[in-house]
Design a binder for this molecule. Structure first.
Ligand SMILES: Nc1ncnc2c1ncn2[C@@H]1O[C@H](COP(=O)(O)OP(=O)(O)OP(=O)(O)O)[C@@H](O)[C@H]1O
Ligand SMILES: Cc1cn([C@H]2C[C@H](O)[C@@H](COP(=O)(O)O)O2)c(=O)[nH]c1=O
Length: 225
């Protein structure tokens, strides 16, 4: 039985994640792996409804954090854990690091309270779904797209109508970026920093190197995005 792999993509809005998620899924499929591509907040019918609330309705930071974790719990139980149990590669556009970066560093919500919620949601009162009491479910690797907030803002300026987060000022994203840097520093074995202020090809090469370094897609280092 192949072991499941859990990979998350993180970074501030506009850092360039979406431009590469499909490419990584394709690379794994070319290697014969079954891939579940998903995102947070979202990934299940219930969590997608919570996503719409979170992105468009005004609320206080605690409510925002609780919605993020409620959506995550459903997503874990319905999609992520079953896919990992089947031995699939789960590629998730954002996971809990986003809550620490956005609700924690960005909004200023208490990081220790987030850590309590993280433990409640990502450990297991649901052993049948793959969650275990003493094991915090986390990605096996987090690709962190590190891009200065002002460059991300320039990229997004012409891209689309902003949601509640994208409409935040530059200082908010500078705080979120620092929040990601703190998470990366605290978990260097899980995080891979991607220098995102680079061409798409250069970013793709970094992703392929990170994956090859784990021994997951040997021989694909020269592949195209
Ligand atoms: N390496 C790059 N150089 C220049 N522009 C880029 C690069 N990568 C992506 N872009 C552009 O930047 C914008 C944001 O990219 P993308 O949607 O991939 O970011 P994202 O991290 O997924 O953002 P979000 O989290 O808000 O969905 C898009 O217009 C995209 O075409
Ligand atoms: C998981 C998660 C996400 N967010 C924010 C980050 C983004 O601004 C949006 C999601 O939009 P995207 O286009 O899919 O990147 O939600 C958050 O604030 N907290 C979270 O836990």
């Amino acid at each position: 039985m192949t072991t499941g792999l859990f990979i998350s993509f993180e970074g501030i809005d506009g850092a360039g994640k979406s431009s590469h998620i499909d490419g990584l899924a394709r690379a794994f499929r070319d290697h014969g792996r079954v891939v579940t591509l998903t995102r947070e907040p979202g990934g299940t019918p219930l969590a997608e409804k919570l996503r719409a609330l979170m992105l468009h309705d005004a609320m206080d930071p605690l409510t925002e954090a609780l919605i993020a974790f409620a959506a995550r719990r459903d997503h874990l139980l319905q999609v992520i854990e079953p896919a990992l149990a089947r031995g699939e590669v789960v590629i998730c556009d954002r996971f809990t690091d986003a809550t620490f970066a956005y609700q924690g560093a960005g909004r200023g919500f208490d990081l220790q309270k987030l850590a309590v919620l993280e433990r409640m949601v990502q450990t297991g009162t649901a052993p049948e779904a793959g969650l275990l009491p003493d094991l915090l479910r986390e990605p096996d690797m987090t690709l962190w797209f590190d891009l200065p907030a002002e460059v991300a803002a320039e990229r997004l300026a012409t891209a689309r109508v902003p949601d509640r987060f994208e409409a935040q000022p530059g200082e908010f994203f500078a705080r979120v970026a620092r929040g990601y840097a703190d998470r990366a520093q605290a978990a260097p074995q899980r995080f891979v920093r991607i220098e995102a202020h680079a061409s798409r090809d250069a970013v793709w090469r970094q992703i392929m190197l990170a994956v090859a370094h784990k021994g997951w897609l040997a021989g694909m280092e020269e592949s195209q995005p």
